[in-house]
Write a protein that binds this ligand. Structure first.
Ligand code: UD1
Ligand code: UDP
Length: 360
């Protein structure tokens, strides 16, 4: 049994790390194929180093481009590697262009595809991620749904029950495996002169938010209002996409402290001590929920409705007034919700299933 782990971006490295660790622990025959979608040190290599992951056997060096350019180059490169390596199963995670390319290349070669984090839907086809995740689900053989809700979505789309496995989300594993280390490690809060619970944390990078100048400006205005109203610093580790768009649009955020993207342990420290998190990231919505920190999602929809249902998250969209109003609301909310994303053993379960050690 040979396993190929295909990844390419920051969240995939983080969320696949528990699976890679499990493959290594069991001494399985596996390899990592990196598409090179993310290549900056602080979006890529830092996570391999910090999470102690083995190096990728292949890096396609695809880099940035339009959706078709990225996906097309990946398809060609992934196919070449799969033909050479002949793995029995290809694992992909999430909803990026890398995920779609990995799933499509493998399924056309009749190689089994395992989709980690299957069954998420925002029902918003404007988002490239929605197209990627839906298509990937429909060409996968193992659908690893993080929750029963995700499984119900897949069943509703006609995917057979015996392909779907509710495993929990591997982000819980990644947090449980790293939070203690993060607490003991170097202190990101001290470096940034922040006190626990006395700052807000922001991430914002999604295409639909930052590639639209009016929408990006509106969200920045909302963040400015929140910082001003509550007299607390607002920290924004800025994704390179957002930095580029901010420069191109000539936007000058007020009341925001922009910093470089942070490594995972540093980011866990920032998240777990924040008074409130404001984000458009999928992974950050989940992490806020798991870490018991209230979250405002700067989008009109979410494919993580479990977070809204348990009360950890609320959708504010891009309106400055709504962002401010919801900040007031979430600051008064009790943080005693239950984590809906599992027990931190998703990685173990997934590896057992693909290696045939467990069925059903
Ligand atoms: C991608 C995913 C998104 C995910 C995000 C995680 C798709 C369609 N989008 O978005 O779902 O939330 O990763 O962070 O797959 N750039 C750099 N250095 C890098 C990588 C990117 O400077 O190492 C800049 C380039 O200008 C590039 C832009 O960011 O054009 C966008 O990169 P891309 O990988 O296309 O999409 P992301 O916005 O990172
Ligand atoms: N993250 C990080 N440093 C940062 C911002 C985010 O390590 O400066 C981590 C975060 O903990 C989460 C993941 O990156 O696990 C989320 O990735 P991102 O927001 O880029 O993508 P998305 O989840 O929206 O696809």
């Amino acid at each position: 049994m040979k396993v190929a782990v295909v990844l390419g971006t920051r969240p995939e490295i983080i969320k696949l790390s528990p699976i890679i660790r499990e493959c290594a622990r069991l001494r399985l025959d596996y390899f990592i194929l990196h598409t090179g979608q993310h290549y900056a040190y602080n979006l890529n290599q830092v996570f391999f180093e910090q999470l102690g992951l083995p190096p990728s056997k292949y890096n396609l060096g695809v880099g940035s481009g339009t959706h078709a350019k990225e996906t097309g180059k990946m398809l060609i490169g992934i196919e070449r590697v799969l033909l050479k390596e002949k793995p029995d199963v290809v694992l992909v995670e999430g909803d990026t262009n890398t995920v779609l390319a990995g799933a499509l290349a493998a399924s056309k070669l009749q190689i089994k595809v395992g989709h980690v984090e299957a069954g998420l839907r925002s029902y918003d086809r404007q988002m490239p991620e929605e197209i990627n995740r839906t298509l990937t689900d429909h060409c996968s053989d193992y659908l690893f749904a993080p929750t029963e809700k995700a499984k119900a979505i897949l069943l509703g789309e006609g995917i057979p029950d015996d392909k779907i496995f509710v495993t929990g989300n591997t982000i819980v594993d990644a947090i449980y495996q790293n939070l203690d280390i993060a607490k003991k490690g170097g202190n990101t809060l001290d470096t940034l002169h922040l006190a626990p619970r006395e700052y807000f944390l922001v991430t914002l990078h999604r295409q639909e938010n930052v590639d639209d100048s009016a929408r990006f400006a509106s969200i920045l205005e909302g963040l400015n209002k929140v910082g001003t109203e509550f007299h607390l610093p607002v920290i924004y580790p800025i994704h390179p996409r957002s930095q580029e768009m901010m420069t191109e649009f000539g936007l000058e955020p007020r009341n925001l402290k922009l910093i470089e993207p942070v490594d995972f342990l540093g980011f866990l420290q920032l998240e777990s001590n924040a008074r409130l998190i404001l984000t458009d990231s999928g992974g950050v919505q989940e992490e806020a929920c798991i870490l018991n920190v209230p979250c405002i999602t700067l989008r009109d929809n979410t494919e993580r409705p479990e977070t809204i249902e348990v009360g950890s998250n609320i959708l504010a969209g891009a309106s400055p007034d709504k962002i401010l109003k919801y900040a007031e609301l979430m600051l008064s909310r009790q943080d005693n919700w239950t984590n809906p994303f599992g027990d931190g053993k998703a990685g173990e379960r997934i590896v057992k299933i693909v290696t045939g050690a467990e069925h059903g």
